[in-house]
Design a protein around this ligand. Sequence first.
Ligand code: GLU
Length: 419
Amino acid sequence: MAGNGYNPYEEVVSVIEKAAAMLGLGENEYKMFEYPERELKVSIPVEMDDKSIKIFEGYRVQHSSCRGPCKGGIRYHPDVNLDEVKALATWMTFKCAVVNIPYGGAKGGIKVNPRELSKEELKRLTKNYTARILPLIGPDSDIPAPDVNTGEEIMGWIMDAYSMYKGQNVFSVVTGKPVEIGGSLGRREATGRGVTIITKEVLKRAGIPVKGARIAIQGIGNAGGVAAQQLENEGCKIVAISDTSASLYNDEGLDIEDILEYKKGNGVKRPLSEYNFRAGKRISDFELLTCDADVLIPAALENQVNERVARNLKAKVVVEAANGPTTLEADRILEEKGVMVVPDILANAGGVVVSYFEWVQNNQAITWEEEEVNHKLEKVMLKAFNDVLKKAGEKNTTLRMGAYMLALERLAKVNKLRG
Ligand code: GLU
């Protein structure tokens, strides 16, 4: 989020600059990737349940279409702003290039706290937002997906709004839809599954046995919650987990199944602050980020692992399930301390990879078994992990710089080929 002088867009541009310099690229080869192709700001009038009209602010940014249609989620959050959406769109371009799927990058968002809206209000907001961004989106131009506080239901509404405008069903305009209306099996768990695959791999490289590895996870949403469950199934100890209301800690490992069951509630998510602990204690967010763990998985928002957290961090490995959780300054400190950081554009790419699979299935009007989806996902993630590792090794640098160099090389090459 913006604030305290932190600007995620400026940060990603300086990482691109650094990657370009390390690759020895000339300005003509990479400068265009420091400017989004299109930025759209929209005002969205919504009739509230009390019949009053409220105007919401929304965005859709297309960063690059050079490797394929623009691709990226839509976020509903009170802190959404243009610089954040621009940064998130840029990360999508680099993420899709790292895992080598034929997409560019985009992102959208609405400045709203969805918990303050009724379901009908949320539906009207979503349909009106879709109408406003309609000139940009389409199955061959720009394909939205879920992100923070959006999920299958909202994607279904977007698909419906777009289809009504077109006068026919266009399933492939959006991914992360309910399975009944063209969603892919395995898409819901895909980001968390990707994080699990990468975490296991990086533990192996770091010489830490998966069984008994101590993991702290900030965030229990779609990415953090699924990763927690899967890593626990793999024999890891989830020693800490949090939501926006509280952070829980148990040195012996938390009962993740029980916590997730509680969290689900009866369809309405319940806050961890009211969770009835069997064993363990409550800690602060800072304590969670710096607790005694082998792996820290930030799975919430940007700007969480800052300078102070980095200085006090005890984990040996950070796997970025969120987009942009580590600030540049913190990244520098972690490098100095020898902490291995798996960057967001690799670690959380599982979501967009299975989005791509969903789009492929929609375009061909076929459905793949969940096993097939998961198998293909694992293959793509491991290939990308090894590509990044190799690139970082070649240039004797961090995994973040390895990932950015790999992506930038692919982007610059395509740009050159296209003339
Ligand atoms: N919002 C997810 C991300 O940040 C998924 C994007 C997608 O599936 O297009 O990667």
